[in-house]
Every structure is written in structure tokens, then in C-alpha cells.
Design a protein around this ligand. Structure first.
Ligand SMILES: NC(=O)c1ccc[n+]([C@@H]2O[C@H](COP(=O)([O-])OP(=O)(O)OC[C@H]3O[C@@H](n4cnc5c(N)ncnc54)[C@H](O)[C@@H]3O)[C@@H](O)[C@H]2O)c1
Ligand SMILES: [Zn+2]
Length: 358
């Protein structure tokens, strides 16, 4: 098992990463004086992992309750948050009681949000079970629910007391979800640490979901995200790097009505676009762009998509992060990123044309 320290300004905690550590969760969770432990999960994750979690958490000798929602993004809503808060109040959950999330990013975002507002904040532990949640969503303290007007429009910053990432839980993750999660790993590699790209070039280990390999990848990503979050917890400067490829990616997701593309697939195309734009601005070489395409294709991730350029530009202009003008995360080389404002319309159009032509 590896321990990665996260030193966020608002709280320091550990991300524990290991194969099979869920069954020791009762001991791994820091000691607290909770009387009740609530576990939030979705129906799909429950079928695979609740029995293991239940047994592990029972070891703490506390009242244990299961809160279940439907799988999928639809559960990340104000309505389900309100339902959960009411269920907690009916159970007389108190300020020192513990909420444990067991699931993908939908569950960690929703559970984080609920834990942060119930009685102004109760202790929170994340047990992420998807690759996206283990390398990204469970770390760094952003919580969210969606509004009809857009994704993640309501939320809080609320750090967990610890994160327990059991890589063996990824064994039951559907293949398409797993590959989609790899896109976030590749994002860390392209922007912050090309060593990760070398690691995941081992397609056999990737395909087999090899335990040692996953432990290295997940802990490596946790370390990188922790470093960024310690510098910029509230996302006013360097945390923007985590949005590499996401401006285009979010627009593509919305364009497809959130059904056509998984998030990781959309940001793969988005990262190719960001590389094309970097090249268009004379920052990056053609080789950097080619490397993007090569890596995504190696893992079966898309590098292009049919899209209407006018629609994409309209979508990203509506994106909440663009209220004060668009700033792009671009690369000058692998592992060398910068924030660039005031990118000309002509260059954006040229990069869009190259995407359409590819
Ligand atoms: N807070 C953040 O910093 C942050 C970062 C990245 C993503 N997110 C959010 O995370 C969400 C996406 O996360 P996700 O891809 O994990 O989505 P998800 O939680 O919907 O999980 C994807 C699917 O996989 C299933 N699943 C999860 N773990 C499983 C397992 N071990 N075995 C079998 N099935 C399993 C789920 O039931 C679901 O059907 C989005 O809402 C996104 O906004 C948040
Ligand atoms: Zn993402």
C-alpha cells in the first residue's frame, strides 16, 4: 500500500492506494468519535462492493447505514442531495458522525456536497471505485451537483479526512469506463509528468489492470493532483492545468447531449484540439500533436469527432469558467504547460479546421 499526503491549505490528509485495502477500511480510516457511519453508494457499485465494505466498516462497532442512489449523472442533482439530507436528519445524524462515499465520481461529488452542508459539515471519507474517481474526483475537495442549466453549477470546497483507493475495485469497472478514466491519467502525463506516459505505454499492464501497475498509476496521479491542490486549492491559478482539454471536451459532451461521449472520450478529443491550438500559436511542435494522437489511439480513445464548429464555440462561451474571457491551458512541450489568454479567433478556427480534417 502507498500513502500519498495531500497538503491542502484547508486540511492535510492521506490518500491510501493499494490492492485489496477496502477490506481493511475499518482500521485505515482515522479514529473518530462518530456514533453512526453512513455509506453512500449507487446500485451498481453496491452489487459488487457493499458486502466487502460492510464487513470492513462493521469492525468499527458503530451504527452502519446504507444510502443508495441510482447509478449515473442524473443522481448528481439538488433533488437527490436534498433527499439524502432529509434521510440523514430523520436518522438523527449528528455533527461528529461519518459519511463514507463508495463509488465513482458521481458518488464522491454528491456525497462530498452533502457532507459539506449537513450541519455545516460532517467528517467525510472517500472510497473511490472508478478510475476517474481514484485519480481525480476523490482528491482535492471539489464537490458538486448539477443544475438544469449546466453541470457542476452548485458545489463547495470540502476536503475529506482521508481517501481509500482500493485498485482491486477497478476489476469490476466496465471496460469503456476504465478506458475513459485512462484519459485523465494521460492528461496528468501530458501536462505534468511525462513519466506517466511511459508507464501507461505498457498496454499489457493496462489491459490486464495489473495490480502493481494500477497502484503506481493511481498513487502517481494522486501525488500530482495533491501538488496542484496544495498550491491552488480554490482554483484561481495553477489548478487550471487540470482542465487541459476540458474546454473543448465539455463543449463536445454538451454537443452530444451527454449521451454520445463519456467524459474521458470527450477530453481526449479536447486534448488533441488543445495540442493543435498550441501548435497553431507556435508554442508546440508537430511532434507534440502527433504524440497526443498516438497515445490516445494506443488505448482506443478517440482523437477526432464529428462536430459543428459553430456549436462548439457557442457551447464553450457558455461554460461557467469563461465569464472573464477564455484562458487556454496549452503546451509548449510534453510536461510543459502554460495559461494563455486572448487567443485569436483565426487561430481557433484554424485548429478547429485541423480537427475536422484529421
Ligand atoms: N470533483 C472533482 O474534482 C471531479 C473530477 C473529475 C470528475 N468529477 C465528476 O465525476 C463524475 C464522473 O465520474 P465517474 O466516471 O466515476 O462516474 P460515475 O460515478 O457515474 O461512475 C461511472 C459508472 O461506473 C459505475 N461504477 C463505478 N465504480 C464501479 C466499479 N468498481 N465496478 C462497477 N461499476 C462501477 C457506476 O455505477 C457508473 O455507472 C462526473 O460527475 C464528474 O463531474 C469530479
Ligand atoms: Zn475531467
Amino acid at each position: 500500500m502507498r500513502r500519498v499526503g495531500i497538503d491542502a491549505p484547508s486540511r492535510s490528509y492521506e490518500v491510501l492506494v493499494g490492492d485489496g485495502i477496502l477490506k481493511s477500511a475499518g482500521e485505515l480510516i482515522p479514529q473518530g468519535d462518530e456514533e453512526s457511519i453512513m455509506v453512500l453508494t449507487d446500485r451498481r457499485v453496491r452489487a459488487h462492493w457493499w458486502d466487502v465494505a460492510k464487513q470492513a466498516l462493521s469492525a468499527r462497532g458503530r451504527r452502519l447505514a446504507l444510502l443508495e442512489v441510482n447509478p449515473g449523472e442524473g443522481s448528481k442533482s439538488f433533488t437527490s442531495a436534498a433527499n439524502l439530507l432529509r434521510r440523514m436528519a430523520r436518522r438523527s445524524i449528528r455533527r461528529h458522525d461519518l459519511l463514507v462515499t463508495l463509488g465513482g465520481g458521481v458518488i464522491t461529488d454528491l456525497g462530498g456536497f452533502v457532507a459539506s452542508v449537513y450541519q455545516r459539515g460532517i467528517p467525510l471519507i472517500h472510497i473511490p471505485t472508478s478510475l476517474v474517481a481514484q485519480v481525480d474526483a476523490a482528491i482535492g475537495g471539489k464537490t458538486a451537483v448539477n443544475l438544469p442549466q449546466g453541470k457542476n453549477l452548485a458545489g463547495t470546497f470540502y476536503q475529506p479526512a482521508s481517501v481509500i483507493a482500493d485498485t482491486s475495485t477497478l476489476s469490476t469497472l466496465p471496460q469503456r469506463e476504465y478506458v475513459s478514466g485512462l484519459a485523465e491519467v494521460i492528461k496528468y502525463g501530458l501536462t505534468l509528468d511525462p513519466n506517466l506516459l511511459t508507464l501507461i505505454a505498457d498496454v499489457e499492464a493496462v489491459r490486464n489492470r495489473d495490480a502493481g501497475f494500477l497502484e503506481e498509476v493511481v498513487s502517481g496521479c494522486a501525488q500530482l493532483k495533491g501538488r496542484i491542490v496544495s498550491q491552488d486549492e480554490r482554483d484561481t491559478s495553477s489548478r487550471a492545468v487540470l482542465n487541459y482539454g476540458h474546454t473543448f471536451g465539455h463543449a463536445l459532451e454538451a454537443h452530444g447531449g451527454y449521451e454520445r461521449w463519456l467524459h474521458g472520450e470527450a477530453i481526449s478529443v479536447g486534448m488533441v484540439f488543445a495540442a493543435e491550438l498550441s501548435r497553431e500559436l507556435g508554442l508546440a511542435s508537430e511532434d507534440v500533436v502527433a504524440e497526443h494522437r498516438r497515445i490516445f489511439q494506443m488505448h482506443g480513445l478517440p482523437v477526432s469527432a464529428p462536430f459543428d464548429p459553430g456549436e462548439i464555440v457557442k457551447r464553450w462561451n457558455m461554460d461557467k469558467k469563461n465569464l472573464r474571457g477564455q484562458r487556454w491551458v496549452l503546451l509548449s512541450d510534453l510536461g510543459e504547460w502554460k495559461l494563455v489568454g486572448d487567443v485569436g479567433g483565426a487561430q481557433i478556427q484554424a485548429a478547429l479546421r485541423r480537427m475536422a480534417a484529421a
